[in-house]
Ligand binder design. Structure first.
Ligand SMILES: *[C@@H]1O[C@H](CO)[C@@H](O)[C@H](O)[C@H]1NC(C)=O
Ligand SMILES: *[C@@H]1O[C@H](CO)[C@@H](O)[C@H](O)[C@H]1NC(C)=O
Ligand SMILES: *[C@@H]1O[C@H](CO)[C@@H](O)[C@H](O)[C@H]1NC(C)=O
Ligand SMILES: *[C@@H]1O[C@H](CO)[C@@H](O)[C@H](O)[C@H]1NC(C)=O
Ligand SMILES: *[C@@H]1O[C@H](CO)[C@@H](O)[C@H](O)[C@H]1NC(C)=O
Ligand SMILES: *[C@@H]1O[C@H](CO)[C@@H](O)[C@H](O)[C@H]1NC(C)=O
Ligand SMILES: *[C@@H]1O[C@H](CO)[C@@H](O)[C@H](O)[C@H]1NC(C)=O
Length: 306
């Protein structure tokens, strides 16, 4: 039993890791850092056409970004401190300032929409909201968005992110978790207070996740498992076994057929070359050389040794 379940687990492990590598393998080009730079570039272009401060502008993106949404707003630090700033999804309350101080700043908001799970995965969890983020830049010279690593200092209410939708029917808010993605691609979990709101004191990207109910990706651990899960594993193992057996059997059949045909061809050739042997074809297209028994019996015994 022990070695059998070990084999099963090994098979499942191989199956899962190949599945995983095929999924994760494609994500190499989905670099959130590169996305930050692109969003900044398009936000900067948008601000150069629309000079008015304090209004949220939607940036126009190339068609291959279809599904994402980028907006930008520029304002004075004093305005941020005194009034705060609202966008579609992100609410920055008053009493927030930047460190170091800048006279003017620009806030770039991004909604990754249906691209979210391409750029971000959280092992053991499923994303149930789009990834929404914001970044703050120095815009003091009113010509270019400068990335100077501004930090937000929140002295009053926290910043809140309201998600446009959640792709889950889960009503239990304690099962939902808010995830913040940091620059170094690490993740930070937070409890949610409202079903579709994350609170934060930092800029970055955020989304809502829920634990994935599928088997864990580390099948080598020996934890007590639920019956349903064990059942599933057995079914999968049997399915793999059955497919493997079918492949083996069909390969075997093909081999045997090929071998037989070869042998028959060989026999035909031999009977063709032997002049003395008088052959006749039996059973229609099934070409079996047969010697006529009466006339050439000695020749048959001589030449034809199977
Ligand atoms: C769209 O194309 C540009 C230039 O080819 C590329 O830099 C960018 O990453 C693409 N966008 C996405 C979302 O892949
Ligand atoms: C997202 O949706 C848009 C259409 O709304 C589509 O063009 C785009 O390919 C989708 N992106 C992904 C990653 O599925
Ligand atoms: C912000 O940009 C202005 C104008 O270019 C510059 O003088 C200032 O030093 C910048 N601030 C920081 C913190 O880099
Ligand atoms: C921002 O736009 C201005 C004016 O269009 C341009 O001179 C500047 O190089 C741009 N900066 C970035 C970082 O793209
Ligand atoms: C940005 O600031 C953080 C600390 O606030 C620092 O660890 C990091 O190296 C800085 N990055 C850059 C590019 O200056
Ligand atoms: C909500 O989920 C938590 C943790 O998963 C659990 O402890 C709690 O009993 C659940 N509450 C309800 C009302 O189902
Ligand atoms: C989330 O809430 C649970 C109890 O409901 C608590 O044990 C846990 O420490 C909280 N996590 C965070 C990050 O606040």
């Amino acid at each position: 039993m022990g070695s059998e379940s070990g084999t099963t687990r090994f098979i499942i492990f191989i199956l899962f890791s190949s599945l995983l590598s095929s999924i994760v393998g494609g994500s190499g080009s989905y670099d959130p850092k590169a996305l930050d730079a692109l969003f900044r570039y398009y936000a900067n272009q948008t601000l150069s056409y629309h000079h008015r401060a304090g209004t949220l502008r939607r940036a126009s993106l190339p068609s291959n970004f279809s599904g994402m949404e980028v907006s930008v707003n520029r304002l004075r630090s004093g305005s941020l401190w005194g009034r705060g700033v609202d966008s579609k999804y992100v609410k920055i309350p008053p009493s927030v300032r930047t460190l170091p101080y800048v006279k003017r700043l620009a806030i770039v908001y991004g909604n990754l929409g249906n691209w979210s799970s391409k750029y971000f995965q959280v092992p053991g969890y499923s994303l149930v909201s789009p990834v929404i983020g914001f970044e703050v830049y120095n815009y003091t010279d009113v010509t270019t968005l400068k990335d100077v690593n501004l930090t937000l200092i929140v002295t009053g209410e926290p910043i809140s992110i309201r998600f446009p939708y959640l792709a889950t029917k889960e009503k239990n808010v304690t099962r939902l978790k808010c995830v913040g993605f940091r620059d170094d691609r690490s993740v930070e979990f937070k409890n949610m207070t409202e079903r579709d709101v994350c609170v934060t004191e930092k800029a970055g990207r955020f989304c809502v996740v829920i634990p994935t109910p599928t088997p864990t990706t580390t099948p080598t651990t020996t934890m007590p498992e639920k019956k349903g899960r064990v059942w599933k594993r057995w079914v999968i193992a049997f399915a793999i076994g059955a497919v493997g057996l079918a492949v083996l059997v069909s390969v075997g059949v093909v081999m045997v057929k090929w071998w037989r045909e070869r042998k028959i061809k060989h026999m035909e050739k031999e009977s063709d070359s032997s002049v003395a042997l008088d052959t006749l074809w039996v059973r229609g297209d099934n070409k079996m050389p047969c010697a006529s028994m009466i006339r050439t019996q000695p020749a048959l015994e001589h030449d034809y040794v199977p």
